[in-house]
Design a protein around this ligand. Structure first.
Ligand SMILES: Cc1ncc(COP(=O)(O)O)c(C=O)c1O
Length: 404
């Protein structure tokens, strides 16, 4: 078939593919532990469910304005005021069917063929593919070995006359790192001085631990919003445990939001009316679920870090946010695809290879499941890697052999 050459090069999402495989194994009755998942297990807020139900029952489920219904954009404005101390107008907000399409629209709005988009490793799997899908060239900046924050000098060296945007995701998927105020402040100044967009992917911004906050780029620009180069991407998926609801948004200068809205108009028309009602319910409703999710994740993080510490040679950087950890397994295998495949086949534990995030030799381990899953999953990893552990064990009905 005459599929487009560029389209053919776009990789499938490794995390979504892993989910499919994990679900398949579970459906076959295997005692799989899924430590690769990217979504909180808690229920969506009741206010979201009631709002969506009321909307459905009203039967008034029609097209909405492309950038989203005004009450939802106003709720996003209130959210931006509360969390970022920034007052914006409805023209600075576009609601989309998730943070992912909001990001895609932002890149499509600014990238010309051959333009470069810079982002640090480890990065979210979709950034390189999205940049290439809009005709751009991804430029990855690796951190120093053993660290998850890039050096200023390395970022600056990666920025050229072709750089259209820098993407920063903090708290970071997959490392759980929260970038320092210094780095973000410096980058805001640099991007605005050099007329480069700074896309802040803030999808995990409320999921932070140990009293830390994720510094916001908006705090470091004194330009009026319509002259700022900062674009903040956010959504209800992670913080409100609403991944399947598919609502996200972008906040930025009117000029770029307008172009993004045109792109959305010609591609999806608008996000679902029903799910916009749900997101409005979540934003305006009881917020206690966010705090209880954060506290649960922090406890799970502690359990995971403690369990991983029992595997000799595995280097763990304690995550400051999100629900991911990116331990370094190079003491066992520098090839994360092989290691992750081995753990899935031999120990029925799903992890995501660090290679997919630009961090070879590491595995992304999620702690959004139950404590039982975290403890059992890491114990299985330890069994599979420890040359002194019993060679054969039963996992569920399967006899597993540790054949490294
Ligand atoms: C860093 C990052 N940005 C964006 C998204 C996408 O969020 P949404 O579900 O709102 O599209 C994810 C989801 O995994 C993510 O990890």
């Amino acid at each position: 078939m005459r599929i487009g050459t560029l389209a053919r090069t776009i990789a499938e999402s490794p995390t979504l593919a892993l989910n499919d495989k994990a679900n398949q194994l579970k459906a076959q009755g295997e005692a799989l532990i899924h430590l690769g998942s990217g979504e909180p297990k808690s229920m969506a807020p009741i206010d979201a469910i009631l709002a969506a139900s009321a909307k459905l029952v009203s039967a008034d489920v029609k097209y909405t304005p492309t950038a989203g219904i005004l009450p939802l954009r106003k709720a996003v404005i209130a959210y931006t005021e509360q969390h970022y101390g920034r007052t914006v107008s409805p023209k600075n907000v576009m609601v989309a069917a998730g943070a992912k399409p909001a990001l895609y629209a932002a890149l499509a709005a600014m990238v010309d063929p051959g333009d470069e988009v810079v982002f640090p490793a480890p990065y979210w799997v979709s950034y390189p593919e999205m940049v290439r899908m809009v005709g751009g060239r991804p430029v990855v900046v690796a951190p120093p070995d053993g660290a998850f924050e890039p050096l200023r000098g390395d970022l600056e060296a990666a920025i050229t006359d072709r750089t259209k945007a820098v993407i920063l995701n903090s708290p970071n998927n997959p490392s759980g790192a929260v970038y320092s105020r210094d780095l973000i402040a410096w980058l805001v100044e640099l991007c605005e001085r050099r007329d480069i967009f700074l896309i802040m992917d803030d999808i995990y911004h409320q999921l932070v631990f140990d009293g830390c906050t994720a510094p916001s780029a908006f705090a470091f620009t004194d330009r009026p919003i319509d002259e700022s180069r900062v674009i903040v991407i956010n959504g209800v998926s992670k913080v409100y445990a609403m991944t399947g609801f598919r609502i996200g948004w972008a906040v930025g200068a009117r000029e770029v939001i307008e172009v993004m809205t045109n792109i959305q108009a010609q591609s999806t028309s608008c996000p679902s009316a029903l799910l916009q009602a749900a997101a409005l319910g979540a934003l305006q409703g009881d917020q206690s679920g966010v705090e209880s999710l954060r506290l649960t994740l922090m406890t799970h993080r502690d359990v995971l870090v403690r369990e991983l510490a029992a595997i000799p040679g595995v280097r763990v950087t304690v995550p400051k946010g999100t629900f991911y950890c990116l331990p370094d397994f190079r003491a066992y295998d520098g090839d994360s695809m092989r290691l992750s495949g081995f753990l899935l086949d031999r120990a029925l534990v799903a992890t995501v290879p660090g290679k997919d995030f630009g961090m070879e030799g590491h595995l992304r381990i999620s702690y959004c499941g139950s404590v039982r899953e975290i403890v059992e999953g890491v114990r299985r990893i330890r069994w599979a890697l420890d040359p002194d552990s019993p060679r054969d064990i039963h996992i569920g009905d399967r006899l597993c052999t540790r054949d490294w």
